[in-house]
Write a protein that binds this ligand. Structure first.
Ligand code: PEP
Ligand code: MG
Length: 756
């Protein structure tokens, strides 16, 4: 008999039993008879989980007196092992298995062969289905497959009949219990606690036995068509990103989506009488089991991709297509996903989204840039997190240490709460500084602005009391759109931002895209092949050549700032002519608007980011034409040290407070003396206390930092005497101490200035 035929025969008869109006116990009694007969087995038994124990609920072939008497712990004996590990056993001689245990009341001693499969619901074993035989022979694979299919259907029957109580469903299997820590990549710092939510929620299959086989077949065909269409479209979508890893994943997806073997096996499962959803899941179970035996990490990665597709197929077939964002978050949540697009992340309710854990992800991934702007901690490269956590499990995200704790123990939780409470107290103290102007002890007014990039970020201006927005990363709007934002849309955003800023200055940086931030709608022959994308065709280099892009943005900024002051900053300027060329684009647009008598900005100030070291060498030539300079220490550092800022292996190798950077910055400060140019720093460095102290020592008086740092930095400023730190810094730079950081720390400590 084939697996399909035997499963089908059993399923047809089970269907009748399930539909009959008899008592649940009577149904189970019939079920063991049907299976035993079909598999020609003397014994067939069903054990169900009750009060934490596996209880014999029905049997054919064992002593009837043992029913509801024989009970095994999870993990005890062969049956307990099957439930604990959620695995199938098939033995010709049961007694040879190390876990074998004999229960005398059952009278099972005469049966040699033994096979058992777990009965699983919502990823938990709720029971075990076993068959036994006098003859010492292994069950054939087709028989095991039939058993597994039947177990799926039984899970439905058992659930509908209410045979296992809620507690049994609450029982955790070995794979999903207890605390577990996953190490990952620190992508966005911060602490978060919440319930695990899958970006693409798992579908729970409610009906396993088909009413109409042909109708189920049709449903699967249609779902396959839709899924293939989606995969083909994915490559064109912005959210998926492009380049290396993504393309590989996409190729694998395609391979599976068009794999004849996969669709054939699903079809066979439908032939055996399962619904479309159950058939897909059944095939997936089988593949999972096979894969478990092969310990090849490469294949296991591919297995994740196949799991992904199978879930997608089940969602399509069942019509449950919503992401967790579309369903809405009902409580504090930690989002779990393989990967995510920035637009997808933005769909979540910010108040409830506490953290994000990705199986992929890198520092420069768009989604990470957006999460950072949203202030949501992110851990990347959390291997197989989706296999280890279940929806609703508690998750602790420690973005500072780069680890995720699943189902944290109470001691870990209380340590976390203490840290969290400390953070909160601090936040309350910072909030008090909101309306306090940041004067140093010697009366210098330091300008503390914030970095932004999303429409909603502007709200942080009022909350933090920052002096303005010192860096508005306009490319965020481009990153979260799947098509090039039209000029009108850009202008609307700029107008809204200025309006929300209520007169506080906003510095708009023109787009810094290209290189690793390639957008699919800006085609480029070279960008994809850039070996060093950070040093490649990006930012102003790209914008000056894609003239249409630059013109549209220039016009949008001029229109958006009508009647208000406009500050424009160009990124990645390496030589003075690049500034001139960029300004020329603005001048032309301005002339155009003037001619048409449009309302113009009340004033326009132009500036550059100093992030390519070469510019420092020609700064004197450019200075007279600039209103302001903002030092982008993120990029500057990577170029100065030739150390990729996105490479985690180098993340902690070079120190921001090293003599080379500080001397470099000092020289820039000195070059600007006597010019009416506003000089500031807008890299991450300025948002850290010790680094900010060093910057004050160098003579920097303007900072633009991440919103969360505004309070802490204001607090620092109020404790510093700039003459004093200036003097100390001069000494250190003339003859640097062995450890500059330690010297600064000691200096701060002596004065009771907290710098950590
Ligand atoms: C920088 O490079 O320091 C900077 C502020 O810009 P971004 O981080 O956007 O490159
Ligand atoms: Mg930069």
């Amino acid at each position: 008999m084939t697996a399909v035929a035997s499963a089908r025969q059993i399923l047809t008869r089970l269907h009748e039993v399930m539909a009959s109006r008899t008592h649940a116990q009577a149904k189970l009694n019939q079920v063991v008879d049907i299976i035993g007969e079909a598999l020609d087995s003397e014994v067939c038994s069903i054990y169900l989980l009750r009060e934490g124990m596996l209880e014999l609920f029905a049997t054919r072939g064992l002593n009837q007196a043992a029913v509801h008497v024989t009970r095994l712990g999870v993990g005890e004996g062969l049956t307990g092992t099957i439930a604990q590990n959620i695995e199938t056993l098939n033995l010709d001689e049961a007694a040879t298995h190390p876990e074998f245990q004999y229960k005398s009341e059952t009278g099972e001693e005469k049966f040699h062969s033994f096979a058992g499969v777990p009965i699983v619901r919502r990823e938990r074993a709720i029971g075990v289905l076993t068959v036994q035989h006098v003859e010492p022979r292994k069950y054939a694979e087709v028989e095991i497959e039939a058993l597994q299919t039947v177990a799926m259907v039984l899970a439905e029957l058992i659930h509908n009949a209410g045979l296992v109580d809620a507690e049994a469903l609450g029982q955790r299997s070995e794979a999903h219990s207890g605390q577990e820590v996953i190490e990952g990549l620190r992508l966005v710092k911060g602490l978060a606690l919440g319930k695990a939510v899958f970006h693409q929620p798992r579908v729970h299959i409610e009906q396993t036995v088909a009413e109409d086989v042909e109708a189920e077949r049709e449903r699967v065909y249609l779902a396959f068509d839709r899924m293939r269409e989606q995969i083909d479209n994915m490559a064109k979508q912005a959210e998926f990103g492009t380049g290396g890893e993504h393309e590989q994943v996409l190729e694998t997806y395609k391979m599976f989506a068009y794999d004849e073997g996969w669709s054939r096996r699903i079809n066979e499962a439908i032939d055996s009488g399962l619904t479309a959803e159950a058939a897909i899941e059944r095939v997936q179970q089988r593949t999972r089991m096979r894969m478990r035996e092969i310990q090849d990490p490469l294949l296991q990665d591919r297995m994740h991709d196949l799991e992904d597709l199978a879930n997608r197929l089940i969602r399509i077939v069942s019509g449950q297509l919503e992401t967790a964002a579309q369903k809405g978050l009902s409580q504090d949540s930690v989002l779990v996903a393989k990967n995510l697009g920035p637009a997808e992340l933005l769909e979540y309710d910010k108040r409830r989204l506490k953290g994000v854990v990705l199986e992929e992800g890198s520092l420069t991934a768009h989604v990470v840039i957006v999460a950072r702007a949203m202030g949501v901690p992110v851990i990347g490269r959390a291997r197989n997190v989706r296999g280890k956590v279940r929806e609703g499990d508690e998750m602790l995200v420690d973005g500072d240490a780069g680890k995720v704790t699943l189902r944290p123990s109470s001691s870990v939780l209380s340590a976390f709460e203490a840290r969290f409470a400390r953070n909160k107290e601090k936040q309350a103290e910072y909030a008090k500084l909101r309306d306090v102007e940041p004067f140093t002890r010697d009366g210098e007014r330091i300008s503390v602005m914030m970095n932004a990039g999303l429409r909603d970020d502007v709200g942080m201006l009022a909350m933090t009391g920052a002096d303005g927005i010192g860096l508005y990363r306009t490319e965020f709007q481009f990153l979260v759109s799947s098509a090039l934002p039209q000029r009108e849309r850009q202008a609307r955003l700029y107008r809204d931002v200025l309006e929300a800023a209520k007169g506080k200055p906003v510095v708009f940086r023109t787009v810094d895209i290209g290189g690793d931030k390639t957008l699919p709608y800006i085609s480029s022959e070279t960008a994809k092949e850039d070996e060093n994308p950070a040093m490649g065709w990006r930012a102003l280099r790209l914008a000056l050549e894609r003239e249409g892009l630059m013109k549209a943005q220039a016009r949008a900024l001029l229109e958006g700032a009508a009647g208000r002051e406009l500050n424009v900053m160009f990124p990645m300027v390496a030589e003075p002519w690049e500034f001139d060329a960029a300004k020329e684009v603005f001048d032309q647009q301005l002339a155009h608007l003037k001619k048409r008598k449009h309302q113009l900005p009340s004033a326009i100030n132009y500036g550059v980011m100093l992030e390519v070291p070469s510019l420092a060498e020609t700064l004197d030539l450019l200075l007279p034409r600039l209103s302001f300079i903002s030092i982008g220490t993120n990029d500057l550092t990577q170029f100065l040290f030739a150390a990729d800022r996105a490479n985690p292996m180098l993340a902690e190798r070079y120190d921001w407070v090293s003599p080379s950077i500080l001397r470099f910055l000092r020289r820039v400060v000195q070059n600007c003396v006597g010019h009416p140019v506003k000089l500031g720093v807008c890299g991450e460095m300025g948002g850290r206390r010790l680094e900010a102290l060093a910057l004050l020592g160098l003579g920097i008086r303007r900072l633009s930092i991440t919103p969360a740092a505004v309070g802490p930095i204001k607090e620092l400023i109020r404790k510093v005497d700039t003459r004093e730190i200036g003097q100390a810094m001069s000494g250190w730079l003339a003859s640097p101490p062995a450890d500059m950081r330690a010297a600064l720390q000691a200096w701060a400590e002596e004065r009771g200035i907290e710098v950590e």
